[in-house]
Write a protein that binds this ligand. Structure first.
Ligand SMILES: Nc1ncnc2c1ncn2[C@@H]1O[C@H](COP(=O)(O)OP(=O)(O)O)[C@@H](O)[C@H]1O
Ligand SMILES: [Mg+2]
Length: 577
């Protein structure tokens, strides 16, 4: 398998021209720095010989030129390399999001939510480091190192050998060593950072439970342990980075001393003038600027590699739904939804969550689905909303297989509220408009009224503009449920699917919402999953599911009239005809 860092590099270096320009600008900036030192050395040594001022004037101008050029090129380098990195990010981030959208919700179970957040925020940003630190600096160092060594070679060959060795030690050996040391701590650090965000998200989400059961102290000490481990790893990282910087200084200092020693001896022996001596020594000193960023960059690359591997974990995760090669549009109009022998299981060796399901839903008909929990009701919803592909049988919409349509098109036609609907940390208005972004307040009011939510919204001082907190923390379970129902009614799809829309309501509220629900769905194709048997008296057909199979089907009257699981449920619920 390709190294994740290299694969990521290939994916993100889209702005090749900008990167090449950044390398040129960076090399020019460091080149100017070296030129500045070399000219300054020449100027000082030459001035000591008291020549006419004219002999120095070119060098004086050159010093100014190098000084200004250094700043300008450095600026250009930063601008271009960050531009390339940010462009890489703007390319990558939407791809990761699109990928997540394709995976959601059925393919996301293995990526826990806090971890997912870390992936998105931290890992995508780490890619920026890869471009800024991993691509341009090594190339700049290679250019500048070769150029400077060549320049010194012309002036004084023995010094060129020493400089080459010094640069190789600081630019190749040292980064390699720090990368090796960081290879162990780097992944562990990325891992522990992810573990930390999972823990924090868990503690925040579950704060009420933790406090209720007195488990908060335990959770906090677990969090503290993860935090301590992260701090330890950060310390190791810092230590490696610090040692790397120290050794880099040692390499440059040692090289300069050695060059100076050789040059002084050569000057004493009459083999080298005093002016080139100064130039050679100062050039050698300045050359190390090019390799200085490499050890830290190498250490960071280990972490970047890990981030890249985790991002590819998301990007390569198998899609829960196979999109058709050439999706067919859904023809406008009312279509019959038909299920034939549908079977679904969540793993090849898992039991069938749905087994041999047949269902006809002609336009305007309502079908109710009941069954104990775990009987496959929500799996049926997943199939209808194309969150999951069927493993056996087929689902047909107006004669065309559901699998031949783009799943987004399907969800415009068949839609509704899932079990455990999500409420976003936004206003009530935005939460409801999610279902139809162009809806005006009148339409919101009507959907809310049908869902029995309007009186509550009107009672709030800020009304629709009320912010509901993270996951709708400031709403009761019933209010969240009604919001979800209002969303489904506002979306107004040709086929409406409702998964236990009255689950968290108390008895009075349930009766009220059920009544308005039945009113709102009259004459509209609806699949209604419910425990509320009173709601089923009006639907056209009831399916009773058990362990993924249909064990009974018929109208409420027909099913109630004969013994069986439906009758038992009704007796249990004391529902009469
Ligand atoms: N994402 C999943 N991965 C594995 N098994 C699942 C998943 N979702 C549901 N199941 C299993 O499929 C069966 C049907 O679940 P579900 O459709 O949620 O039932 P219901 O909605 O009737 O309570 C259950 O045995 C459940 O454990
Ligand atoms: Mg369910």
């Amino acid at each position: 398998m390709t190294d994740p860092a290299i694969r990521m590099l290939r994916e993100v270096t889209t702005a090749r021209r900008t990167l090449a320009l950044a390398v040129l600008a960076g090399a020019a900036a460091i080149g100017c720095g070296i030129g500045l030192f070399a000219t300054a050395g020449w100027l000082i040594a030459r001035a000591a010989e008291h020549p006419s001022i004219l002999a120095l004037s070119v060098a004086v101008v050159a010093v100014r030129g190098f000084g200004i050029g250094r700043g300008v090129f450095r600026y250009a380098d930063r601008l271009l390399s960050h531009d390339a990195a940010l462009r890489a990010l703007t390319g990558l981030r939407p791809r990761v999001y699109r990928r997540l959208e394709r995976l959601a919700p059925a393919g996301l179970f293995e990526f826990r939510s806090g971890d997912l957040l870390a992936r998105l925020v931290g890992d995508v940003e780490a890619v920026q480091d890869l471009v800024i630190r991993g691509v341009t600096p090594p190339l700049i160092a290679a250019f500048v190192g070769a150029g400077t060594t060549g320049f010194v070679l012309v002036l004084f060959a023995p010094a060129a050998g020493v400089l080459a060795l010094g640069l190789l030690a600081a630019g190749l050996v040292l980064p390699w060593a720090t990368a090796r040391l960081a290879r162990r701590s780097g992944p562990a650090y990325a891992e522990s950072r992810a573990a930390f965000s999972v823990e924090v998200a868990g503690v925040l989400d579950g704060a009420a439970e933790l406090l209720a059961y007195g488990a908060d102290a335990r959770a906090m000490s677990k969090l503290a342990a993860v935090d301590r481990r992260q701090a330890d790893l950060a310390r190791t990282d810092a230590w490696v980075a610090g040692a790397g910087a120290g050794f880099a200084l040692l390499a440059s200092g040692g090289t300069v001393w050695l060059v100076l020693l050789l040059a002084v001896r050569a000057t004493a022996a009459g083999q080298l003038d005093r002016v080139p001596l100064a130039v050679v020594v100062l050039t050698a000193l300045a050359a190390f600027e090019a390799v200085a960023p490499l050890p830290v960059a190498a250490a960071q690359l280990a972490a970047v590699r890990r981030s890249a591997a985790r991002l590819f974990g998301v990007m390569d995760a198998p899609e829960p739904v196979q999109e058709p090669e050439s999706p067919q549009p859904i023809r406008p109009g009312s279509h019959t939804l038909r299920l034939r022998g549908v079977g679904v299981r969540y793993a090849p060796d898992a039991p069938w969550a749905l087994d041999g399901i047949d269902l006809d839903l002609p336009p305007g008909c309502r079908v109710g689905v009941v069954g104990p929990s775990g009987s496959g009701k929500s799996t049926l919803v997943s199939v209808l909303l194309r969150f999951t592909d069927v493993d056996r049988g087929e689902v047909l919409l107006g004669g065309t297989r559901l699998a031949d349509h783009d799943s987004d098109d399907v969800r415009r036609y068949i839609s509704g509220c899932p079990q455990d609907p999500h409420v976003f940390a936004s206003t009530l208005r935005e939460n409801l408009r999610l279902a139809r972004p162009d809806a005006d307040d009148d339409q919101l009011d009507r959907a809310a009224a049908d869902a029995g939510l309007l009186d509550w919204v009107r009672s709030l001082p800020k009304g629709w503009a009320t912010r509901v907190g993270s996951r709708g923390a400031r709403m009761s379970g019933g209010e969240r449920q009604r919001l979800a129902l209002a969303r489904a009614l506002l979306a107004d799809p040709p086929i409406l699917v409702l998964d236990e829309p009255t689950a968290h309501l108390d008895e009075d509220a349930r009766a009220a919402v059920t009544a308005s629900l039945l009113r709102a769905t009259r004459g509209r194709s609806t699949v209604l999953i419910t425990h509320d048997l009173a709601a089923l008296a009006e639907v056209d057909e009831i399916l009773v599911l058990d362990a993924g199979r249909i064990v009974q089907r018929g109208t409420h009257q027909a099913l109630f009239a004969r013994p069986g699981s439906y009758r038992q449920m009704c007796d249990f619920d004391r529902v009469g005809v």
